[in-house]
Write a protein that binds this ligand. Structure first.
Ligand code: CTP
Length: 402
């Protein structure tokens, strides 16, 4: 998954020869996980067909203020298009369109949509070298950037005129890369490293049996996705779980036992800024795992257990600047017990789940948490999806570490 995954991208195509590259740009955006809608100027249809772009974007392409069908004329809502977008890219952006954008001219659908858009706008100029260097083009570039629009500079090379110089639109993959880097650089947790433990652990009894628990790992995985969507680099140390996590900013360390989770957590803890222990680590493990499958010879059997290492407490012991967050699952005197845990493990915060709350805990899509700070502030939340809970938790963490 890339940072563009799930983003709604509005691509504006204007009438330059580079419009033929719009098809590749749409494909690259779709490949990066974005939903794409295209708005074209009438003249750009001479360079690339709406059919090509609608097929690749899997969406209708808009170019006119009205949609004509046999009997009715329908208005194309440029405001809706502009508000739909999480980001708008004008590529190729001709000197003519850039000048109109810079001056508030609104004589086609693309320009009206640009003026209605509230999202970040990127523009990738494409023109001949003398046009690119003309003071009026430079003025458009500067004016648009002063509005907060982001310019994706043209590159140098052979131009359609046969002249060689600056003016070629950036290549589609480079445009996508540029935008991804730009989005990332502006995210609040950019440059932060976050360690998250998640899922159950399995403690071997023999080669085929284990002690485990019902944790799905969902809460920890949602936390990992949230951290990554805020720009952090995440080490997700994941016990046996059916969830497949894929994101360019998340490194998944698959582990099975508590000892493996302990080792993996310690190997990345020193470099991290935030560590969150969301795993349901087995509290006990067999003193000795049998090397061969245990036969059912006797009517009863007992297994001697020993405590597993407490990963969170061990991180609390060695922590320096790291912000350390734990989870507590309680059934009685919840807040009091969670605060005790927070102090004992030297934490900065603890997320309390009460098993008394319906919809909280293992194997559910929802969770009901209370966030407790080390200064004693207790913040209860409503029952929410685990995705929403992850947002709440990172909103809290952000106020502590930024
Ligand atoms: N934890 C851990 N390593 C362990 C056990 C727990 O990292 N071996 C972490 C969990 O990931 C969680 C917190 O410690 O963040 C839970 O603390 P724990 O003392 O296990 O409390 P509970 O599981 O809530 O239960 P109990 O009250 O039985 O101790």
């Amino acid at each position: 998954m890339s940072i563009l995954s799930g983003k709604k991208v509005l691509l504006g195509v204007t009438a330059g020869i580079a419009a033929y590259k719009s098809a590749s740009l749409v494909r690259a955006l779709i490949k990066a996980g974005a939903s794409v809608r295209v708005v074209m100027t009438e003249a750009s249809k001479e360079f690339v067909t709406p059919l090509t772009l609608s097929t690749l974007s899997r969406n209708e392409v808009h170019s006119s203020f009205t949609l004509e069908d046999d009997d009715n004329a329908m208005w194309t809502n440029h405001v809706e298009l502009g508000l739909w977008a999480d980001l708008m890219i004008v590529a190729p952006a001709t000197a003519n369109t850039l000048s109109k954008m810079a001056n508030g001219t609104s004589d086609n659908l693309l320009l009206a949509t640009y003026l209605s858009a509230k999202c970040p706008v990127y523009f990738a100029p494409a023109m001949d070298l003398d046009m690119y260097k003309h003071p009026s083009s430079e003025e458009s570039f500067e004016k648009l950037q002063s509005f907060g629009n982001v310019m994706i500079p043209a590159t140098s090379g052979e131009l359609a005129s046969g002249l060689v110089g600056k003016g070629r639109m950036a290549e589609p993959e480079d445009i996508v890369h540029f935008i991804q880097e730009d989005i990332l650089s502006k995210l609040p947790l950019k440059g932060k490293k976050i360690l998250i433990t998640a899922g159950p652990t399995y403690e071997a009894i023999d080669p085929v049996r284990f002690i485990g628990n019902h944790s799905s790992g969902k809460m920890g995985c949602e936390l990992a996705y949230r951290a990554a969507s805020l720009g952090a680099e995440v080490d997700l140390i994941l016990g046996p779980s059916n969830i497949k996590v894929t994101h360019s900013l998340i490194t998944v360390h698959n582990v099975v036992s508590g000892q493996e989770m302990y080792d993996a957590a310690h190997s990345v803890f020193e470099q991290c800024d935030v560590a969150i222990a969301a795993a349901a680590v087995a509290d006990y493990k067999p003193v000795n795992a049998a090397p061969e499958k245990i036969k059912k010879n006797d009517a009863t059997m007992s297994i001697e257990l020993v405590k597993t290492k407490d990963i969170l407490a061990s991180l609390g012991n060695i922590k320096k600047e790291q912000y350390l967050l734990g989870f507590a699952l309680e059934t009685e005197n919840e807040v009091e017990n969670a605060i005790k845990k927070l102090k004992k493990k030297n934490l900065d915060g603890i997320v309390l789940n009460s098993l008394k709350d319906k919809g909280a805990g293992f194997k559910t899509k929802t969770n009901k948490i209370t966030f407790i700070d080390k200064d004693g502030t207790v913040t209860p939340y409503e029952l929410k999806t685990k995705t929403e809970v992850a947002v709440d938790i990172f909103d809290k963490i952000a106020t502590k570490i930024l």
